[in-house]
Write a protein that binds this ligand. Structure first.
Ligand code: HEC
Ligand code: HEC
Ligand code: HEC
Length: 126
């Protein structure tokens, strides 16, 4: 069994590589690993606070959908008294202009595949 040592070393290296994102998180102080995504360049905030968006954007989309389809309510009021359209394509992707470099990049990494785009239009990428 003179190979046992090599196997152990191999295992240690393997585990170190596999857990690298985790260690990276601990050292950078971030709560969870997220892939590099491209944020809008000319906006500072989302339609809700960013912690809520990170965890619950799908719930907000469901709310918007219900509001539009069931109640025919296409707009919501913004905190500064303006009006915002409750629209996946026009609003979310109007600001997050690259679905590919934002939504997809994160979803691919997380292994989620929303089926919305069978019907909803993806604006042409610039
Ligand atoms: C006016 C521009 C704008 C609109 C409209 C907008 N967002 Fe955002 N969104 C941002 C910005 C800017 C951030 C980064 C905010 C921050 O870091 O504080 C963000 C953050 C997020 C995050 C968190 C990403 C992360 O790394 O944690 C998600 C998810 C998200 N948006 C999804 C959506 C969805 C879904 C919609 C539509 C319901 C939407 N956004 C509408 C500008 C926008
Ligand atoms: C920072 C990472 C991240 C970004 C950016 C992000 N998402 Fe997500 N999204 C997730 C995760 C993680 C889930 C799965 C959550 C769960 O299953 O509880 C998810 C789930 C969803 C779902 C529900 C899918 C399902 O089958 O249940 C929708 C819809 C969705 N995202 C839309 C969007 C849209 C639209 C954008 C871009 C505007 C976006 N997301 C950007 C991480 C992200
Ligand atoms: C089978 C087709 C279909 C699929 C799949 C679908 N939708 Fe829709 N959705 C519609 C239709 C039709 C409307 C009503 C369009 C209108 O009146 O503007 C709508 C409206 C909406 C609205 C409000 C209006 C707007 O412009 O965005 C939201 C938000 C929405 N859907 C979110 C989602 C999300 C999130 C998913 C994926 C989890 C999804 N939809 C999947 C057909 C679909």
């Amino acid at each position: 069994m003179h190979d046992a040592g090599k196997v152990t070393i191999g295992l240690v290296i393997f585990l170190a590589l596999v857990s690298a994102p985790f260690w990276y998180n601990l050292s950078s102080g971030r709560a969870s690993y997220t892939p590099e995504v491209e944020y809008p360049k000319d906006a500072e905030s989302c339609v809700r606070d960013s912690a809520y968006m990170a965890a619950h954007h799908m719930d907000l989309l469901d709310e918007w959908r219900d509001q539009v389809i069931r109640d025919g309510q296409r707009f919501e009021e913004t905190p500064d008294g303006g009006r915002r359209e409750c629209s996946l394509t026009n609003t979310c992707l109007g600001c997050h202009v690259s679905k590919e470099k934002f939504c997809d990049r994160c979803h691919l990494y997380m292994g989620v595949e929303p089926y919305c785009w069978e019907c909803h239009i993806i604006p042409e990428e610039l």
